[in-house]
Design a protein around this ligand. Structure first.
Ligand code: GDP
Length: 534
């Protein structure tokens, strides 16, 4: 987070009540289940289980999603908005599979906080750790939910220690579990001095909460058997002594994470977590941009595209650009400037994503995510304003880790391949490189599964069978430097050179040794593995 200027006014109430966040977790930790329970408490759905059910209905409508269904993975990220008490939550979903991590990274540029879900038996797993590192780059505040406490889990101190050590962040217990596995009774709410007991009979019911006056309150004995009570009192005392107390400012700065224990499937601990997001999660934050920062309270609207999704509705072949509003009060029908092309666009049918349905957004405020249907003008990284030439920064594009040649199965249709690949490149689904020598394209992705998704989408959406074949290259690096230096380098290394879909110069090789050599022999150039989206 950026330091707020000290003379900043309080945010308008409509903006101050917004909490825009993502859930990060390792597959299977319970992200989907937790999302369902959020929506349940947010009143967005009547019964848990609908997120999945609706997701499936959507998938059968859209054929390309079939892969998702077959593989049991979620390929696309979407945003959901719902009210919780006086707050408006915007939950931006991140795809869980590691092959789609680039998409996930960009999604994290559009949120102000992350909820980290870990499995109580497994602790911090690889994908959680990777995602945490991305959050750390931006000092994003993180709230932790330790899930599946109704199963055999690790010792509470051990879990907290592991987070502190593996992720180098202070952990403060917001709740403390009472018993574990079959003996799991509920939690002691350390922030509000209350007992929260779990109702195993009804998974969609809000847990019973009992006010107690300290751990020596006789009411504790009424609800918790002696052995568990003694263990709880001892552990809470130790926790108070050994672990840091909640420091809201340290949470906002990303230095400390409060941890709640619960069981998403039993709806337990979820409401406390939501209260935590409301009370300790950040308001919409300042957005870094090229000429100046954008503050959410500025009256004029500014926003940026962090994701583009094509063909969400196959009947219309539309694309939806997901825009995070960085400032102002947006109203439907507004005319905004598309800064990259300097052209005005009238946003007449913006969509809000309420639970799994799309709805027309009559208005939206800084912090909200809106979808803008368009025909390809809006690309990832684009900024929209009311006229000012601002460019939001910090939306990364990663060098792909896997490269393959892409050929049309039917050579007569090779021209269409060009168009299809450009579309996916703009959407951010792949990098497309045109080698300077030879014909065809080299497609780069971050995870191998993306090749299969691309091949099936190109076939379904363009009627074009394609083949991906091994490429002689394995690495791509963007080349930066003075134009004359870059041109000279290109002339001498034509066999290795390509341009990306924005026309930027890329050096390709299969040897790290080559990259080291270029860096040594050409101090005037830099090779980079990321570039900011144009
Ligand atoms: P995701 O991959 O992170 O989205 O995980 P899911 O929400 O799909 O959950 C993975 C599995 O764990 C599913 O079978 C869930 O029913 C189960 N699960 C989720 N939360 C809990 C919980 O609190 N306790 C138990 N025992 N199982 C859970």
């Amino acid at each position: 987070m950026l330091d707020a200027p000290s003379n900043r006014p309080a945010l308008p109430p409509e903006i101050a009540r917004r909490r825009t966040f993502a859930i990060i977790s390792h597959p299977d930790a319970g992200k989907t289940t937790l999302t369902e329970k959020f929506l349940l408490y947010g009143g967005a759905i009547q019964m848990a289980g609908q997120v999945r059910a609706k997701g499936e209905a959507r998938r059968t409508r859209s054929d390309f999603m079939k892969m998702e269904q077959d593989r049991g993975i979620s390929v696309s990220a979407s945003a959901m908005s719902f009210d919780y008490e006086r707050f408006r939550f915007n939950l931006v979903d991140t795809p869980g599979h590691s092959d789609f991590s680039e998409d996930t990274y960009r999604t994290l540029t559009a949120v102000d906080a992350a909820v980290m879900v870990i499995d109580g038996a497994k602790g911090v797993e690889s994908q959680t750790r990777k995602l945490f590192e991305v959050c750390r780059l931006r000092d994003l505040p993180i709230l932790t939910f330790c899930n599946k406490m109704d199963r055999e889990s690790r010792d509470t101190f051990e879990i907290i220690d592991e987070i502190q050590e593996m992720l180098a962040i202070h952990v403060t217990p917001a709740s403390w579990p009472i018993g574990v596995g079959r003996e799991f009774l509920g939690c002691y709410d350390m922030l509000r001095n209350r007992l929260e007991l779990m109702d195993r009979a009804d998974r969609n019911k809000v847990a019973e909460s009992i006010k107690i006056e300290g751990l020596d309150d006789p009411k504790l004995a009424e609800h918790v058997p002696q052995d568990l009570r003694e263990k709880l009192i001892e552990e809470v005392e130790m926790a108070k002594e050994l672990l840091p107390a909640l420091d809201p400012q340290a949470v906002l700065e990303g230095q400390m994470t409060p941890i709640w224990f619960g069981s998403a499937i039993n709806s337990f601990g979820v409401k406390e977590l939501m209260d935590g997001i409301a009370n300790y999660g950040p308001e919409p934050q300042i957005q870094p941009a090229e000429s100046r920062q954008i503050a959410p309270e500025e009256p004029k609207v500014a926003g940026f595209v962090f994701k583009v999704q094509a063909n969400m509705d196959p009947k219309h072949r539309d694309r939806v650009a997901f825009v995070r509003l960085a400032s102002g009060h947006f109203q439907r029908g507004m005319k905004l400037t598309h800064v990259r092309s300097k052209k005005p666009i009238t946003v007449s049918s913006p969509v809000l994503f309420l639970a799994a349905d799309r709805e027309l957004a009559e208005e939206a405020w800084a912090g909200d995510i809106i979808g803008i249907p368009n025909h390809g003008q809006l690309r990832i990284g684009d900024t929209l304003t009311e006229g000012e030439a601002l460019k939001v920064t910090g939306i990364p594009s990663f060098a792909p880790e896997l490269l393959k040649n892409c050929r049309a199965g039917d050579p007569m249709k090779a021209k269409h391949l060009d168009k299809a690949l450009m579309q996916f490149a703009e959407e951010g689904a792949a990098k497309v490189f045109k080698p300077m020598v030879g014909s065809g394209f080299i497609v780069g992705v971050v995870g191998a599964l993306q090749f299969e998704v691309l091949a099936s989408r190109i076939e379904l959406e363009y009627g074009l069978p394609v083949r991906f074949e091994p490429s002689q290259f394995t690495s791509a690096r963007w080349v930066h430097g003075e134009k004359a230096d870059v041109d000279g380098f290109v002339q001498k290394n034509k066999q290795h050179m390509a341009t990306d879909n924005d026309g930027d110069v890329v050096y390709m090789t299969r040897l790290q040794w080559d990259i080291d050599r270029v860096l040594r022999d050409h101090p005037e150039l830099t090779l980079s593995a990321t570039k900011e989206m144009q």
